[in-house]
Design a protein around this ligand. Structure first.
Ligand code: 5AD
Ligand code: SF4
Length: 434
């Protein structure tokens, strides 16, 4: 039996897809890259912006004909879209050939649901608002040298634009022991790099009774793991990034010197309406402290343009902030109203044309900054963990998470290389092995 799985969205979904593949393997499925060969097709979906959802609906649309030709084919949808309010009736209407909808908190029930459909029980759905953390589900890892490890699930921030707290539920931390145990196991299995995952990693542990469980403590413990070479994490919230965490990172040779600090806007008025919990000044203090303590830090960010009520002056504040911080890279988005979030019903929604213009201007400004940052690296040497190989070129990330391309051996993925930067570009660094 063959299964096809397509993953949209962030690393939380990528990690869930590892579990999905583990469970499918236990059921006797093998994975295929070709949907037309599969008896089971699953989409692990993302809700963050409307575009992400449109992509899934259009992919589902392409399956209609396949399902008519292969009535035994099982088509399922999991991930964040499954958790959205009223998604099931909408799916039943738009894509009645979908057999299965499973929420992010119910993944462990996937095998039973598939068996029910195979047994002729028809459409299956299982969605829950929240649930306990289920440990020890099987998983298949596409990159054995790189471990994605969840530390928290869900989110309590309620940024007014964001759907995540509604689809992924309240913040729940795994126990420090469970995380360290998984970390030890993965390193013993050959992982060289760990990526700790959470919607707000800096808040790790605040929902636990164990007062030792904090992000700081977790980093300090992971830093001691023999054989582990690099520790990364995603995503930080600038409000909860404490000085002590910067000190822990500065003192460690394993913790990446990459700081992804989503700022979202450079205007205090907008930050307040977004419910971000920091001001422009406080954010800049954090950046200053990082640069001060870790001079070679790379800084990246997420920015939303066209939030409701964003004036030209607010947008200029964002542009100037990007110029002040000098980010290595920025992920820039047009505000996309998400049903049920406070910002979707705020007055003064910004017309699409204006959002597009602002996005364009911001991208151009940032591209020039990124290029300059990268050009300053000409001739420097970086440590790269190669992740993939294609046509003579290895691709990987530096200690600062910069994307690096360099000629290398076909069996080079999963190894560290010293790479001299020879051709810096806007979005990547090209180099050669030293
Ligand atoms: N519209 C546009 N961008 C959004 N993001 C989150 N919600 C929205 C939305 N409704 C962006 C934020 C976040 C990143 C993952 O996606 O910048 O940091
Ligand atoms: Fe998309 Fe957010 Fe869900 Fe990740 S947690 S898949 S970004 S909606």
């Amino acid at each position: 039996m063959l299964a096809y799985l397509e993953t949209f969205g962030c690393q939380a979904n990528e990690r869930d897809s590892e579990t999905i593949q583990g469970m499918l393997q236990q059921m006797g499925y093998e994975m295929t890259h070709e949907p037309s060969l599969a008896q089971l097709i699953l989409f692990n979906t993302c809700s963050i912006r409307e575009k992400a959802e449109q992509k899934v609906f259009s992919r589902l649309g392409t399956l209609k004909k396949l399902k008519e030709e292969k009535p035994g084919l099982i088509i399922g949808l999991c991930g964040c879209m499954a958790q959205e309010k009223d998604m099931i009736p909408q799916l039943r209407r738009r894509c009645p050939y979908v057999d299965l909808v499973i929420g992010t908190h119910r993944l462990h029930r996937l095998p039973a649901m598939i068996r029910n459909i195979q047994g002729g029980l028809g459409f299956q759905s299982d969605i829950a608002e929240t649930c306990e953390i289920i440990e020890d589900l099987p998983a298949i890892r596409p990159f054995p040298f790189k471990a994605l490890i969840n530390i928290t699930y869900g989110c309590n921030n309620f940024c007014t634009y964001c759907i995540v707290p509604y689809v992924r539920g309240r913040e729940r931390s795994r126990s420090l022991e469970a995380i360290l145990e998984e970390s030890r196991r993965r390193v013993a299995e050959g992982a060289l790099e760990i990526m700790y995952l959470g919607q707000n990693v800096n808040a790790y542990g605040r929902d636990l009774e164990d007062s030792r469980a904090s992000f700081d403590r977790l980093l300090q413990e992971a830093d001691k793991l023999d054989g582990l070479q690099r520790i990364r994490y995603m995503t930080s919230h600038p409000r909860d990034f404490k000085e002590s965490m910067i000190d822990t990172i500065a003192a460690s040779s394993k913790i990446s010197h990459h700081f992804h600090l989503p700022v979202q806007s450079g205007s205090d008025t907008i930050l307040q309406r977004m419910n971000r919990g920091y001001t422009r000044e406080r954010y800049l203090e954090l950046v200053h402290s990082i640069r001060n303590k870790i001079p070679n830090a790379t800084l990246t960010t997420d920015i939303i343009v066209g939030f409701p009520g964003e004036t030209e002056a607010d947008f200029m504040d964002t542009l100037h902030l990007a110029e002040t911080v000098v980010y290595d890279a920025a992920f820039t988005f047009m505000y996309s109203p998400r049903q049920g979030t406070p910002a979707a019903s705020m007055p003064d929604q910004i017309p699409l044309k204006e959002k597009k213009e602002r996005l364009h201007q911001l991208m151009e400004t940032q591209a020039a900054i990124s290029l300059k940052r990268h050009q300053a690296m000409q001739g420097q040497t970086v440590q790269v963990l190669a992740e993939t190989y294609s046509s003579g070129i290895l691709t990987g990330r530096s200690e600062g998470s910069q994307l690096v391309h360099f000629p290398g051996p076909e069996n080079g993925a999963g190894k560290f290389y010293c790479v001299k930067i020879t051709e810096p570009q806007t979005f990547l660094l090209k180099g050669e092995i030293l």
